[in-house]
Design a protein around this ligand. Structure first.
Ligand code: FAD
Length: 302
């Protein structure tokens, strides 16, 4: 059996595995897709001390760093069940069962897609999901934000400071964000808010050039010219497979304490799959390190 088995091979999982392996304990890492969300990222400019890099480059650096240690890497394997027996058992989709004295879950999250024509085709070509990451690419340009909840309105406020103009589209009749955020949004001169707006298509050939939406009141169709579209309709943690095992919050984020401990002693979690306040590479690496050290602490006490 492993001493520490990490499930998830993004920045959080890589960091957790390295911290565990550096304690000289038997460490394994199972990942559906090593690199995680970083693989889908074009340019990264906020990974402190690396002024600018690209997602696939950083993902490769993560893997090389992990391979520097005696860590079993099981890539392209998806975990489907966690169970506590004498040891913890992780069952994979392919039927294999792995045993470990402790487990670190770092299965990350995925942006909720709007599923309209143009979204997949123009991803990273004007269709973006992370304003902290990609906002600065739209300096002086026209952008839209789809989604009028807290994350959409925060994104619109953030982007209004960078872009020339921001159009926010909300499907229902009213914005869902906190009132303070709505007040702040309405005070900005370069923001247009469209409610009852159902996005129909993101348009463009090589790059985004606009968006078509239906006004749900009048039934009329409109087209807005744009350089970028930020889809902000939620981030979904990859924790469905843990249903009924450990404590998760209303949206499915794993609840952890300051050592990364979950509601099951011996099971730790880190990164975007947890209830952390912000989701960023540098933050998930930090929480991965915390979980790695937390798991080691647990092992020497039990
Ligand atoms: P993830 O990166 O999501 O990794 C999760 C890992 O778990 C993957 O290996 C996945 O395959 C695996 N996995 C999932 N389910 C299972 C399962 N059941 N069994 C086994 N393995 C599983 N952040 C920044 O700091 N700067 C940026 O510029 C930036 N740009 C971004 C751009 C885009 C388009 C996106 C999508 C995100 C961006 N982010 C950026 C956010 C950043 O990528 C995430 O915060 C970070 O990757 C989270 O790391 P993580 O390890 O927690 O999860």
């Amino acid at each position: 059996p492993y001493d520490v088995l990490v499930v998830g091979g993004g920045p959080a999982g890589a960091s957790a595995a390295i911290y565990a392996a550096r304690k000289g304990i038997r460490t394994g890492i199972v990942a559906e897709r090593f690199g995680g969300q970083v693989l889908d990222t074009l340019s990264i400019e906020n990974f402190i001390s690396v002024k600018a890099t690209e997602g696939p480059k950083l993902a490769q650096a993560l893997e090389e760093h992990v391979k520097d240690y005696d860590i079993d890497i099981m890539d392209l394997q998806r975990a489907k069940r966690l169970e506590k027996k004498d040891l913890f058992e992780i069952e994979l989709e392919n039927g294999a069962v792995l045993q470990s004295k402790s487990v670190i879950i770092s299965t990350g999250a995925r942006w909720r897609n709007i599923n309209v024509p143009g979204e997949q085709e123009l991803k990273n070509k004007g269709v973006a999901y992370c304003p902290h990451c990609d906002g600065p690419l739209y300096e002086g340009k026209d952008v839209s934000v789809i989604g009028g909840g807290n994350s959409g309105v925060e994104a619109a406020i953030d982007l209004a400071g960078i872009a020339k103009h921001v159009t926010l589209l909300e499907f229902s009749a009213e914005l869902k964000a906190d009132q303070v955020l709505q007040d702040r949004l309405h005070s900005l001169p370069n923001v247009t808010v469209l409610t009852n707006a159902a996005t129909k298509e993101i348009t463009g050939t090589d790059n985004v050039n606009g968006l078509t939406y239906t006004d749900r009141e009048s039934g009329e169709e409109h087209h807005v010219e744009l350089d970028g579209v930020f889809v902000q309709i939620g981030l979904v943690p990859n924790t469905e497979w843990l249903e009924g095992t450990l404590e998760r919050d209303q949206v499915g984020n794993i609840v952890v304490d300051k050592r990364g401990t979950t509601s099951i002693p011996g099971v730790f979690a880190a990164g975007d799959c947890t209830d952390s306040a912000y989701n960023q590479i540098i933050i998930s690496m930090g929480s991965g390190a915390t979980a790695g050290l937390g798991a080691f602490d647990h092992l020497i006490r039990n």
